[in-house]
Write a protein that binds this ligand. Structure first.
Ligand SMILES: C[S@@+](CC[C@H](N)C(=O)[O-])C[C@H]1O[C@@H](n2cnc3c(N)ncnc32)[C@H](O)[C@@H]1O
Length: 285
C-alpha cells in the first residue's frame, strides 16, 4: 500500500482540511442516515479512499463490523478488492439473529457484488490463525473492543499480517486510553508512526465520531514476527478476559441504572473528549 499516495489523494476527497469540513461526496452521509452504526461521514470517506488506494494484491481488514456501516462505505466502487470483516456479535446485546439479519440486509443493499469475507468470531483468535487471510493486509480498520489491552493487541496481533507498507486506521482514537495503548505499543515495536489524527471536537462528533487516527507501518527487516509477551497477552484476552466480557454483557441488561452510572463514571476519564471529561461516555463498545 502506497500510504503517501493515500494521504495525497485525501485533498481531492475534501474541499479543505478534512478535520473541519464535510467530504465532497454526499453518499457518505446517506449511508450514515440509512445504516445504523457508529462511524461518521468523514470517517466513511477516509475508509473508502483507503480501500480505493489499496492494490488488489492486498486485503482490507476490518474488525468490528456491527451492522455494516463502515464496511458498506469501504466497498463502494471497489469490487476488485478483497475485504475481510470480523465481528463476534458480543456487544450491544447483539447475541440474537436480529443483528446478523440487519447486517446481511445492509450488505445486500450496499455491497452486492463486492468480495467480502464475513468472519463471525473473536478477532484476536481469527488474526492469529495461520493462513486466515490469503494476502498481505494493506489497510486495517480497527473498531472492535475499546480497552487499553484490546487496543494494544489490535496492533500487536495484526502486525505479522500487514503488508510491508500498510495503513492502519483506528476508531475512537480521541479517547485518551487509545493514545496510551498506541504509545505503549510503539515503545517496543519499531516501524510504526502516527501519521494523521482527526480528533472529535465533541462526543459523537458528526464528522469524526470519537476520532480517527491514521497510523503508517513499514516493516523493519529481520524482526521476529510475534513477540512472546504479545502472545501471552493475546491468550489472556481470548481466554480469561473474553469470559469476563461475556458475563458482563449478559448481566448488563439486569444491572440497575445507578450501578451503570458508577461504571460510566469510572470509564469517563479514559474515554473523555475535549472538555467533556465529566460526561458519561457513550454506550459504544
Ligand atoms: C463500535 S462497533 C463497530 C461499529 C461499526 N464499525 C460501524 O461502522 O458502525 C464495535 C463492534 O466490535 C465488535 N467486537 C468487539 N470485540 C470484538 C472482538 N474481540 N472480535 C470481533 N468483534 C468484536 C462488537 O460486537 C461490536 O459490534
Amino acid at each position: 500500500m502506497d500510504t503517501s499516495a493515500f494521504f495525497a489523494r485525501l485533498e481531492a476527497a475534501f474541499p479543505a482540511d478534512p478535520q473541519d469540513c464535510d467530504p465532497i461526496d454526499p453518499q457518505w452521509q446517506t449511508i450514515v442516515a440509512d445504516v445504523s452504526g457508529f462511524t461518521a461521514r468523514n470517517e466513511l470517506a477516509v475508509l473508502n479512499l483507503a480501500a480505493t488506494c489499496m492494490p488488489s494484491s492486498e486485503a482490507y481488514l476490518e474488525v468490528g463490523t456491527y451492522k455494516g456501516r463502515s464496511i458498506c462505505a469501504a466497498v463502494q466502487n471497489n469490487v476488485d478488492k478483497r475485504f475481510y470483516a470480523v465481528e463476534n456479535f458480543l456487544e450491544f446485546g447483539m447475541a440474537g439473529q436480529l443483528a446478523r439479519d440487519e447486517l446481511t440486509s445492509n450488505l445486500e443493499r450496499y455491497a452486492a457484488g463486492s468480495d467480502i469475507r464475513l468472519v463471525e468470531g473473536d478477532c484476536f483468535k481469527f488474526m492469529s490463525r495461520p493462513g486466515a487471510i490469503d494476502r498481505p493486509v494493506g489497510v486495517y480498520f480497527y473498531d472492535g473492543e475499546h480497552t487499553l489491552l484490546a487496543h494494544y493487541l489490535a496492533l500487536a496481533v495484526v502486525e505479522p499480517l500487514l503488508a510491508d507498507e500498510a495503513l492502519v486506521l483506528v476508531d475512537d482514537a480521541t479517547w485518551p486510553m487509545v493514545g496510551r495503548a498506541h504509545a505503549l505499543f510503539m515503545r517496543t515495536h519499531p516501524g510504526w508512526r502516527v501519521q494523521a489524527t482527526w480528533d472529535a471536537r465533541q462526543v459523537e462528533d458528526p464528522r469524526w465520531a470519537n476520532g480517527l487516527h491514521a497510523l503508517v507501518f513499514h516493516r523493519v527487516a529481520d524482526r521476529p514476527r510475534t513477540r512472546r509477551v504479545d502472545e501471552v497477552l493475546r491468550l489472556y484476552e481470548t481466554g480469561v478476559q473474553r469470559h469476563l466480557n461475556k458475563a458482563a454483557w449478559r448481566c448488563a441488561a439486569h444491572v440497575p441504572e445507578p450501578a451503570k452510572d458508577v461504571v460510566r463514571a469510572f470509564m469517563a476519564r479514559s474515554r473523555a473528549i475535549g472538555t467533556d471529561a465529566r460526561r458519561p461516555p457513550t454506550s459504544k463498545g
